[in-house]
Design a protein around this ligand. Structure first.
Ligand SMILES: [Fe+2]
Length: 469
């Protein structure tokens, strides 16, 4: 076909506009993700429609996607039949179906879709629940996920330089039993869960830990690490990673050891929204964005739970979470948002991708030697050899005692202290001053003790301490 010259030029211009437009709208580049948790299929859930209108490229469901263990408003361990019936009810909600048809979904579960409140590895219907989960979310019949124990999964979307990794953890299938305290904390009705520090206690189980390490070693610019329960918040009495402090430390250590940049934690479960920030544990700004209450958040203002890491909160109101990524800036900007039921932004934190860059991994410690973070998870009376960089300390009295701290602020929950008693301040340490040890890496061998409820390592002879060159 022969076009007049001016129309050919016009055609070319249209073609180039079209090409430019499609390049910037490359569907493989992830710019908008929605996430959330806690949706009771027995109640209206208009927020499914709001999320569909928000038009995310991905929807990450963080658990309690149905409530299978609620009968007449009361908790009751579920059965495979009731779990399947609850999913069926969700699958019959028109707004959920509109959303499902318009976006890609990745999901994990929490206790109520697992089938039993706060349940872990002991839950008798866990394999049946997994099969029903896979059926509902359309896992292909021949997928290896169907043969795997537990429902964890991950994928990376986007071209090099703009890759988003989505990691769904399973914090139920392998999780050791929880232990409850005898009495509630002041101001709470529920008895708090205690910290389990015994070495067998696990959150993810061996297989999933190995798999997670493989995932964190894959190249990606942003990693959305989805955990049904909160990772960073560690003061409220309910379910959280800190009920297994060594497991949480293992997660932080793994992120450091893999030099995994760009990790952002997404969590649910708490029936409230909040954004927590831990600037230290992985060597860069680690956020935990809790979006919990697709239709299960409180309608009225609720007092805040204790959380020293909170930077932002929603004290009431159903909501969903959103991640928006502006890749077009030289330093991509990531918005971590909580949005109301009407789609408006309720609160957000914004962080530049350059703030989420891993530092070179610390050199591995010799066998038998532990970090300050790991030492804090040991039991009182345990023998331990601990190594850390001395950031601060204090000399007491006439050389009665020297304290060596792993953190610059001794009140930090992360701080671990080595206490040199007067008897240790002799021999090679006879004239030592705190200033001589500050900024040096020390290795100390001793016994875990406790002072004012905080664990420390006490050493009594000069041979128990050395400076690591
Ligand atoms: Fe939950």
């Amino acid at each position: 076909m022969n076009f007049p010259a001016h129309l050919k030029t016009l055609g070319l211009t249209f073609a180039s506009i079209f090409l430019t437009a499609t390049a910037s709208a490359d569907p493989s580049i992830v710019r908008r993700i929605a996430f959330g948790s806690c949706a009771d299929q027995q109640k209206p859930c208009p927020i499914w429609g709001t999320i569909a209108d928000y038009d995310p490229q991905w929807l990450l469901l963080l658990g309690d996607n149905i409530y299978a263990d609620v009968v007449d408003g009361r908790l009751k361990p579920s059965t495979p039949e009731r779990i399947a019936a609850a999913y069926q009810q969700l699958g019959e909600m028109p707004e959920f179906n509109r959303l499902r048809a318009s976006t890609n979904i990745m999901a994990t579960w929490d206790d109520h879709d697992y089938g039993n409140n706060d349940a872990g590895a002991q839950w008798e219907h866990k394999d049946a629940a997994a099969e029903i989960f896979h059926n509902f979310f359309g896992t292909p019949a021949d997928s290896p996920l169907r043969k795997q124990r537990g429902i964890y999964d991950a994928r990376i979307v986007g071209p090099p330089g703009k890759r988003v990794q989505m990691i769904m953890l399973d914090t139920r299938y392998f999780r050791s039993e929880l232990e409850k305290a005898e009495r509630p904390l002041p101001g709470f009705r529920a008895r708090p869960y205690l910290q389990r520090t015994d070495p067998q206690a696990t959150m993810l189980g061996d297989q999933q830990w190995k798999w997670l390490e493989q995932q964190l070693r894959q190249p990606a610019e942003i990693r959305l690490l989805c955990s049904s329960i909160q990772v960073i918040s560690d003061e409220h009495p309910f379910e959280k990673w800190d009920n297994f402090p060594a497991e949480r430390q293992r997660l932080y250590d793994l992120i450091r050891d893999c030099e995994a940049s760009g990790v952002i934690i997404l969590s649910g479960d708490r029936h409230r929204g909040e954004i927590s920030l831990d600037p230290y544990s992985v060597g860069y700004a680690l956020y935990d964005v809790t979006a919990s209450g697709l239709n299960q958040a409180s309608r009225v203002w609720r007092p805040l739970e204790p959380n020293r890491h909170r930077v932002s909160s929603l004290e009431y109101g159903n909501h969903f979470g959103a991640i928006e990524i502006d890749w077009d800036r030289q330093d991509p900007l990531i918005s971590l948002q909580l949005r109301w039921e009407d789609g408006e932004i309720a609160t957000q934190a914004r962080v530049l991708l350059s703030r989420l860059q891993a530092k070179p991994a610390p050199k591995p410690l010799p066998a038998g030697v532990v970090s300050a973070g790991r030492a804090l998870t040991l039991d009182v009376g345990d023998a331990a050899e601990v190594q850390f960089l001395v950031q601060a300390g204090r000399m007491f009295g006439e050389r009665m005692r020297l304290l060596l701290n792993s953190e610059s602020d001794y009140r930090s929950k992360r701080n671990f202290t080595v206490v040199m008693e007067a008897t240790a301040l002799s021999g090679p340490w006879g004239n030592i001053d705190l200033a001589d040890l500050q900024g040096k890496t020390i290795r100390a061998r001793g016994t875990i003790g406790v002072y004012n409820g905080v664990k420390q390592l006490v050493i009594e002879t000069p041979e128990q301490l050395q400076i690591v060159p």
